[in-house]
Write a protein that binds this ligand. Structure first.
Ligand code: ZN
Length: 456
């Protein structure tokens, strides 16, 4: 589909900026054995301009019925992954409308230039990891990261399975051999971060982190300025046939939450879960309030520990503070990668400065054909986004000094918690803490293909 001015140029054919979804109420009935989904989605929508149609994203599933403000509608059509609903009247800018969609089918991932994403059948379960284009594989949505909404996700599945979704589990109810799990995500969430994990999982609670001050000083943080954080529930969910002691790589997650809370400010959500599927996954994938790992990420050692740190850091950078346009993906991946280096420093391995030097040397040997601030859709998940993003942050830390840099980070996560972010806003925020223009600095790091020298 041709991109239009209402869509993100990095993900044409998805999303529509003319309206915002405020709340998704999803009721799903899942047959794991048949990979079948029968569902109702109720969307509370606010128009951003006068509208008489609403276009939603929903791919590979069959729409059974559509209701507009509770009344059955016949003015809808569904083709090429877009569900266009005629409202039957004009809704003014700021006006509200409710759309309910009944749908069913055999969900499968949505193909894309970086591979398929979204709903995926596992050997004995379901996983959903949607970045960037997979959300329409399982629910009708306004699929672009600038539209964050709250969610209630109710899922019925056979009692043999555990269902994990975003936010907090508010109830479970049994109906004969099936259990309905109700999850509520009360902090706004981007569509690609909504998830569903179904499998034969056992729960391993981790110790609660100590009540830590976001910004109490000490370590590499310095300064102050945060308030006491709430203590999140931490859990690891793992295949129930496996023994919990094999989870050594995850043992330090509580400490990670404490360290990142000190450096970045309060953990943004009431819970964090690491879900270990019973399958091998190429890479772990972040969702809001949880991360999905594969059985291949269980072993102790730096390679898995850095991934665990990386994914946890996304709860601040990417999930709470979400880039409103995909071109600013470095605001997610650069920050999560730099968090790996901060964890390395905390654990007495290489300091962040040493990590930066090592990776600068590696990146310097790679082609200089990427602009970090606007890499284009093909390169948006290139490893250089991660490493150059982290190098940019380290250079900024050296420029500002530790005290100001970490104060700036904590103020960033506080000011933009649960909201959208973009690169110009981050630059303005950093300049506020620098007390001077950083235009030349960011020009070198974000807008040129050449790799700037790393300051000492
Ligand atoms: Zn990442």
């Amino acid at each position: 589909m041709k991109p239009d001015r209402y869509q993100d140029p990095y993900l044409p054919g998805h999303g529509d900026r003319r309206y915002a979804v405020r709340h998704y109420d999803l009721a799903l009935d899942v047959s794991v054995a048949g990979n079948h989904l029968s569902a109702t989605a109720k969307l509370s929508i606010e128009a951003r301009e006068e509208l008489d149609t609403i276009t939603l994203d929903l791919r590979g599933l069959t729409v059974r019925r559509v209701l507009v403000d509770g009344k059955p509608s016949r003015k809808w059509r569904h083709s090429a992954g877009r569900l266009i609903v005629g409202l039957g009247h004009k809704v003014k800018a700021g006006g509200a409308v409710t759309i309910e969609v009944g749908y069913s089918g055999n969900p499968r991932p949505v193909p894309g230039i970086h591979g398929a994403a979204g709903w995926e059948e596992l050997t004995d379960g379901v996983t959903v990891a949607s970045q960037p284009q997979g959300a329409p594989s399982w629910y009708p949505c306004n699929d672009y990261p600038g539209d964050k909404a709250t969610y209630r996700i109710r899922v019925g599945a056979d009692q043999a399975y555990r269902v994990i979704s975003n936010g907090v589990l508010t109830s479970t109810s049994r109906r004969s051999s099936r259990v309905v799990w109700t999850w509520e995500q009360r902090e706004p969430m981007a569509t690609y971060l909504a998830t569903l994990q179904i499998g034969r999982y056992a729960v391993l609670p981790l110790p609660a982190p100590a009540r830590v001050n976001g910004g109490s000083g000490g370590g590499n943080g310095g300064g102050n300025g945060g308030s006491n954080s709430k203590v999140p529930v931490l859990e690891v969910l793992y295949p129930s046939r496996k023994k919990a002691p094999t989870l050594k790589a995850f043992a330090r997650q509580t400490e990670m939450v404490e360290v990142f809370t000190r450096l970045f400010g309060p953990y943004p959500y009431p819970a964090y879960r690491a879900v270990i599927t019973d399958d091998v996954l190429e890479i772990p994938l972040e969702a809001q309030t949880l991360t999905i790992f594969g059985t291949n990420h269980l072993n102790p050692g730096w390679e898995n520990e850095r991934l665990i740190a990386h994914e946890l850091a996304h709860q601040w950078f990417g999930n709470s503070l979400t880039a409103t346009r995909w071109q600013d993906i470095w605001l997610h991946e650069g920050f999560a990668c730099y968090s790996e280096w901060l964890w390395s420093e905390h654990t007495g391995r290489a300091s962040a400065g040493r990590q930066a030097r090592t990776h600068w040397d590696k990146v310097n040997k790679l082609p200089k054909d990427l602009v970090l601030g606007d890499p284009g859709p093909l390169l948006m998940f290139d490893d250089r986004i991660y490493k150059r993003g982290a190098l940019t942050l380290h250079a900024l830390r050296v420029k500002l000094g530790d005290k100001v840099f970490f104060e700036m980070l904590r103020a960033w996560t506080k000011a933009r918690a649960h909201k959208g972010v973009d690169t110009p806003r981050f630059i303005a925020h950093a300049e506020g803490f620098a007390g001077r223009s950083l235009a030349a600095f960011f020009d070198r790091w974000l807008w040129r293909k050449s790799l700037p020298d790393l300051p000492n």
